[in-house]
Design a protein around this ligand. Structure first.
Ligand code: FES
Length: 472
């Protein structure tokens, strides 16, 4: 049988032709071709590169095929695509870049409103501030997207493990499900794992169940931006969709947090989860030399995964200390520095190394990438901003066990939170919670059948969920 080779795609970046692999993100393809700076900070014009690789920051906003402010990490390359930097990053000469050299005259907390005391000076400065802040070329006119309406029995927000499990369980019970995901394709942040072909048990099966179910409508890439009672507003990039659903499940995942240290905004310093996505899903940085900085155990699991993909983990700088501290094993060849911190980053438009303070001395490491892992934060904004007239149920593992009887009689519309969005940071737990929430949506009000189905689903919750973020 002939070996299937990945297809190549050619696109233009500021007039330069770049060859990428089909399915790569635009940001990943650019970084793989040596483009490290995508944007500049609005105040000091400091260079910015890929940081989260998951659509949560302003670091990768580009012009793509005539549209402004497109997140390069969230779109796939396409044949003939035209992309370019915008604002200050696109200009060879930008006098405001010198502000970075005199930045210490404007320390954190510097109050521009002090200028307001001087009328004339303020008016001159205000005009500059406006230009600095709105540093992009927004098209003079743009089309208002077409509006659509759709109805379903269940809306699932998030196409990661918990969302997929919920959609699959509800669809199996005959519900009409609308599943909204931020990326094209299924898997959410765990799509990198699916793409790498490692396919942890359970994840691949729910992904195929959803893909094959005739009663699941997948809207992706799209973002649910608001919820009012049983109505949700979905931004579908080129269309706006109103989804009406009596029940909804929020499986919106979690953000990895940064670690504070001087120079942590330099291109090449990124979240460890971003590095993981770029390596596993985009196939770049696979032989990079990396130092991770962390204050939690999840970085060790990701280090192990990265190391298996060829990444050279030079060191793990763990800011924690204490005689009782026990950390997971690090990949072979990686030094673990406990109670250490990064005190400087080398390189201007890309990282070349870093300085680490440890046990009274300073160590210098060469590195192409610094991965930060400051723990995880639920991406639960929608849960708090949606104005539900019914009941909100959190099916976090702890809450689940406490509230098992209370939520069964909850009035509609019901909004359930599952997976990393409620703090469950492991694949088995997220799948089980999603399955439970989807099952409940499907059997609610069926009396004895409901009780039996729920008892089964509850039994599947892991007894010891653990704390790792593996599979995310
Ligand atoms: S949004 Fe693309 S790197 Fe953060």
């Amino acid at each position: 049988m002939p070996v299937e080779r990945p297809r190549t795609v050619r696109f233009l970046f500021e007039g330069r032709e770049i060859t990428a692999t089909e399915g790569q993100s635009l940001g990943g393809a650019l970084l793989g071709s040596g483009v490290t700076v995508l944007t500049r900070s609005s105040k000091y014009r400091r260079p910015r590169g890929l940081y989260c690789a998951h659509g949560h920051c302003p670091n990768c906003l580009l012009h793509v095929d005539g549209a402004a402010n497109v997140r390069a990490c969230m779109v796939e390359v396409a044949e003939g695509m035209r992309a370019g930097r915008q604002g200050s990053a696109s200009r060879n000469v930008d006098p405001f870049r010198s502000l970075n050299q005199v930045g210490r005259l404007f320390p954190v907390g510097f109050q521009y409103r002090l200028f307001k005391r001087q009328n004339l000076a303020w008016r001159a400065w205000e005009a500059q501030l406006r230009r600095l802040a709105a540093d992009t070329d927004v098209p003079a006119s743009f089309d208002i997207p077409a509006g659509e309406r759709t109805a379903a029995d269940l809306l699932v927000v998030g196409a990661g493990p918990a969302g997929l499990a919920a959609a699959a369980a509800a669809a199996q019970r005959g519900l009409r499900v609308v599943l909204v995901g931020r990326r094209r394709g299924l898997g959410g942040a765990a799509a990198a794992v699916l793409a790498a072909g490692t396919r942890p048990a359970g994840l691949a099966s729910v992904a195929s169940a959803v893909a094959e179910a005739a009663n699941v409508t997948v809207i992706a890439p799209a973002t649910v931006v608001a919820g009012f009672g049983d109505k949700y507003v979905v931004d579908g990039v080129d269309r706006a969709i109103e989804v009406t659903a009596g029940a909804s499940i929020l499986a919106t995942g979690a953000y990895e947090r940064a670690v504070p240290f001087p120079g942590n905004d330099r291109p090449g310093v990124m979240l460890t989860s971003a590095l993981r996505r770029l390596v596993l899903a985009d196939g770049i940085l696979t032989s990079a030399s990396v130092v991770l900085v962390t204050d939690n155990d999840s970085a060790y699991a990701m280090a192990d995964e990265l190391s298996h993909s060829g990444v050279r983990i030079r060191a793990i700088v763990d800011t924690r200390s204490g005689s009782s501290l026990q950390v997971p094993p690090a990949p072979p060849g990686a030094e673990v520095l406990l109670g250490a911190r990064i005190i400087g980053v080398r390189g201007r438009s890309r990282v070349t190394g870093l300085a680490v303070a440890t046990a009274g001395s300073t160590r210098i490491f060469q590195a192409d990438v610094i991965g930060m892992s400051g723990g995880w934060q639920p991406a639960d904004e929608l849960r708090y901003s949606a104005t539900s007239t019914g009941t909100t149920v959190v099916i976090g593992e702890r809450a689940m066990r406490i509230d098992a009887s209370a939520w069964r009689s909850a009035p509609l519309p019901v909004l359930q939170g599952v997976g990393a969005a409620v703090g469950t940071l492991n694949l088995a737990g997220a799948l089980a919670e999603g399955r439970l929430a989807g099952t409940w949506a499907g059997v609610r009000g069926t009396g004895p059948a409901e009780t039996a189905a729920m008892a089964d689903a509850i039994r599947e919750l892991p007894s010891d969920p653990g704390e790792n973020a593996h599979g995310r």
